[in-house]
Design a protein around this ligand. Sequence first.
Ligand code: NOJ
Length: 733
Amino acid sequence: MRFRLIPLIFLVCFSSLPANATPQPNPAARTAEAEITAKVQALLARMTLSEKIGQLNFPSLAFPFEAQLAEVRQGRVGNMLNVVNPDHLKAFKEAAAASRLKVPMLFAIDAIHAFRITFPVPIAWAATWNPPLAERAAEAIATETAQNGINLTFAPMIDISRDPRWGRVIEGAGEDPFLGAAFAAARVKGYRAGGLATSAKHFVGYGAPEGGRDYNGAQISDAELFDRYLPPFQAAIAAGSETIMASFNTVNGVPVTANRPLITDVLKERLGFPGLVMSDFVAITELINHGVADDLADAARKALHAGIDLDMASGAYARTLEAGVADGRVATAEIDAAVRRVLAVKYRMGLFPDSPVGVRTRASPMAESDVRTRAREVARESFVLLKNDGAALPIAPQSGTVALIGAAALSTNDHSWYGPAGLTKPATETLRAALEARVGSGQKLLFAEAFADPCGLSFKNKDEAIATAKAADLIVLALSEDCTFSGEGTSRVDLGLSGVQGELFDALAELGKPLVLVIETGRPLAIEEVAAKASAVLIAWHPGTEGRTALAEILAGAIAPSGKLPMTFPRSVGQIPIAYNDLPTSRPAKGDRYTTGYIDEPWTPLYPFGHGLSYTTFAYSGLGLSAPDMTRNGRIEVRVDVTNTGSRAGQEVVQLYTRQLVAERSRPVRELKGFEKISLAPGTRRTVRFWLNARDLAYHDDEGRPVIEPGTFRLFVGGSSAAELAGSFEITE
Ligand code: NOJ
């Protein structure tokens, strides 16, 4: 990487970065920052080396915690993670207040999609294509968390990933940098509005592990880094994320935790990130496993030099830096630089009694009913209807008798795997109860559990399930990806239905009745054969506390589905990695031999990025541009008429894609450049307008510099990445 060689050129180009680039602070913020800098400097000057290192120390709560309390009092521990119990938090706050310099502590947990009320998993937030909903969700979660006394969340996870084998796609916004940046900004804003500082993670490339194997290395060219993986981080920085977490993995062979070109040169200097960078959990110690450090002292020295300010849970800084300074291997200036960042963040968060006023706003408590409303809103808009032949959904009086099959319909599992333990679980409706309350009166709803567990790992009573289905006119089969298959350390090679769910599906499909498949999942699945036989497929993600209620509203037709895929659904695992925004190649894919694809399967995905049906239909027409061309500083307005051509109200996500036809680098066949979610009554039409700025069409060269190249662009507008309505424009010199 040559990032350090080009600072001047970069500065020239920086002004043409997309709108999500780091904004210049306004005058009031600049004054507050100057005040913070002075206060930090004064405090630093009073600190002993041991107290400084204490500020970089970020251990996890360990029972019994009396020893940790003592270290806080001595100024040797400045921050803690996983302290959730309010009494414990109080004890640690008092210990910090009893320390010589009384520096307040960071208290962090993984409040990702839950504190007490569980929201749908984050990939479902992205499936809403409605960032303001994500902002409201994050605000509610943060409010619950902050009221408990915690001040920092390890969220949002904003890793772009094109590989659903990687279990952590559940925590992100999918495969696209534009959508990812929009949700990164919304989530940061929301958590902060709710009173938490954020930790955007994982910087960088954690979502691109080779083979989809968690923690595995990523190979990322510099151009790709800037085009694909950095935009969400730029957006998070612009939205004010106070902290960023470094990723576990290597990028091009160097672990990010010891990667100065990435952490210091790119993140802190080029992207202008003013906050603190923390390691991931025990990641500094793991530099030894990576084979780039001899021992803990070497690992600590390398991480600090790379620009890792906070040592999460490895104790490497606490145990080795003082000796490193004594023997001259660790520069005090590097420790001071890290401490300055930590203290500045604490001032910006308003933790010190003399923090400049107005740096942070604090939310007041939110009633549980409001939190639930927000969770329901996200769930409602997140479900993606992949297929709906013969209008199998919604369930209507004419659907006749309905058989709801599957133990998932009895589940209240909310998948809050990162939610703090020990809180009372909120009341959660099952799908069965929710649906019983919502199908029309007089309409029969039969039920069979079929499986011994919600994820269908084994049968409880297969025959009863088949008999129940036989007695019905419409079958709704509720399935779930294995509940242990989501999140960290859950890479998979098989993305089919887990356990014996496929076996029951086949038996039910043979009955020849309309068969609706509802699947809870944390990732795209490879379900080509199943989808071909089902009449309808509804992806419900893991929908959280209010999720099954929202699901019943959708199935019973009270609300029309409006989710769209934030990640491509492959036909098979062999197609992975697969994304809509690939390069055209020398022989663009078209299904023939000697073109890019496979000889044993179509090259197209099962369902493309952006796809999702409603109970109504939408037509696109009247594509128009305000001008046929623009300069490199210019912009063009794109407008399109969208008509609800069905017989009921619905929401549509209007999507705008571009393609640069000829450039110095091969450019993706499509790139998302705008989207808007609209509501339309039946028979009505709305003109949707997008501004396309030339600077948003920049790509990055081998040194990560943005380039806006003159030339012809195609644009496509529609309801998915396969949109057909097309136009053209030019960027002129
Ligand atoms: C490891 C995960 O990678 C990270 O995302 C999480 O925030 C930390 N553990 C802390 O729990």
